[in-house]
Write a protein that binds this ligand. Structure first.
Ligand SMILES: Cc1ncc(COP(=O)(O)O)c(C=O)c1O
Length: 375
């Protein structure tokens, strides 16, 4: 038997990780500006995280959703408080795709409609409705293509309205700041316009915060900068700092009924403790503030480098656009300078998605290496 060969791999084997560093089996230290794809929020192997998860697994790690789990109740209270999404309800699952799948399904149940509106360059995951709402035909199998999805460019409010006027749209799904698509973000006027149109035509507005949520942009959620109130917010990645957990926050106007949604593993004891610890550390260590400070510092430093044509994104969800493909540069950064960075759909964009605990000295370390490679 062998592994199903779907991932091109870098020949590096991390065996240990601490805060913003990972270490291979020979003890080589790598600076992690990729965060395992925007997953590591409070730093690798944070001592509180290690302790809380170890303590929990020694008590009870899992039981089904047919019993009381006070950790879920604690999590909803803490999440609502820290995200400022008052009165929202929480449904827990295991990944970003699953969160979006449940969000779209719930929107369809709620509105009794089935068409979805999505946007150019979006990424929402690889499951049925989520992949159909993803702008990448290569990963949409024939079985997924039956979903009715219309794609529009970010900013094109009038085409969105024309589509909504037909009255068959259950949901509009959007990353307020795009992740793998390349960090594009439209104007507040556009996002507010979408909110108004969704209300007018009785479609639900889903904000995909799988990558941008839990403080990555410096706000708890990326949509908050635009002052909108989505009907459903999907979350995952930074939520568990590596422990698989996802979820949707559901506006109080959407009512639950037994059996409407369900999962075996979602919201298990360990996942809840992982997320509660992320919330605790984000608060205790002021990591949203740190995200903003380091982001400013990073952008200042990037502005000094003439080969960087554009700096995109906000918080610690940043990208540097060059006028050449970055794949060879990314390789040099890993193998010569021992620094992990990320790529995007745009081949010229180098992405930076570090743990939110990163400090100025790590940014300096990155720019020293980058300058050497560009000189
Ligand atoms: C914005 C966004 N939505 C959804 C997903 C899918 O999440 P997962 O890989 O956990 O299924 C991703 C993953 O990269 C993402 O960036």
């Amino acid at each position: 038997m062998s592994l199903f060969n779907v991932y091109p791999l870098f020949d590096i084997t991390p065996v240990k990780a601490r805060d913003v560093f990972v270490y291979d089996e020979k003890g080589t230290e790598y600076l992690d500006l990729y965060g395992g794809h925007a997953v590591i929020s409070i730093g690798h192997s944070h001592p509180t995280y290690v302790k809380n998860i170890s303590d929990q697994v020694s008590k009870i790690g899992f039981y089904s959703n047919s019993i009381q789990n006070p950790l879920q109740v604690k999590l909803v209270a803490q999440l609502v408080q820290q995200s400022n999404c008052k009165d929202y309800q929480l449904f827990l699952c295991n990944s970003g795709a699953e969160a979006n799948e449940n969000a779209l399904k719930l929107a369809s149940f709620h509105t009794e409609k089935k068409k979805v509106i999505s946007f150019t360059n979006s990424f929402h995951g690889r499951t049925s409705a989520a992949v159909a709402a993803t702008d990448n035909p290569k990963i949409v199998a024939p079985i997924n293509a039956q979903q009715e999805v219309e794609f529009f460019d970010l900013g094109d409010l009038s085409s969105v309205e024309k589509s909504l006027q037909k009255g068959d749209v259950c949901a509009l799904i959007i990353e307020c700041i795009q992740g793998v698509g390349g960090l594009d973000e439209s104007t507040t006027e556009f996002y507010k316009g979408l909110e108004i149109l969704c209300k007018k035509y009785k479609a639900l507005l889903i904000s995909d915060e799988v990558q941008s949520g839990f403080g990555r942009t410096g706000d708890f959620f990326a949509f908050q900068k635009h002052g909108i109130q989505p009907d459903i917010i999907s979350i995952a990645k930074g939520m568990g700092n590596g422990f698989p957990i996802g979820g949707i926050l559901i506006h109080p106007t959407i009512k639950a009924s037994y059996g409407l949604l369900g999962t075996t593993f979602g919201g298990n004891h360990l996942a809840c403790v992982a997320c509660l610890t992320v919330l605790e550390v984000l608060k205790e260590e002021n990591l949203l503030e740190n995200t903003k400070t380091i982001s400013e510092y990073f952008i200042e430093k990037a502005a000094e480098i003439s080969q960087i044509k554009k700096i995109k994104g906000r918080g610690l969800m940043l990208g540097m656009e060059f006028d050449f493909p970055i794949a060879p540069l990314r390789k040099e950064l890993i193998f010569k300078h021992h620094i992990f960075t990320g790529s995007a759909k745009n081949p010229n964009l180098l992405r930076i998605l570090p743990p939110l605990t990163i400090k100025k000295q790590h940014v300096d370390q990155f720019f020293e290496a980058l300058k050497k490679e560009l000189s």
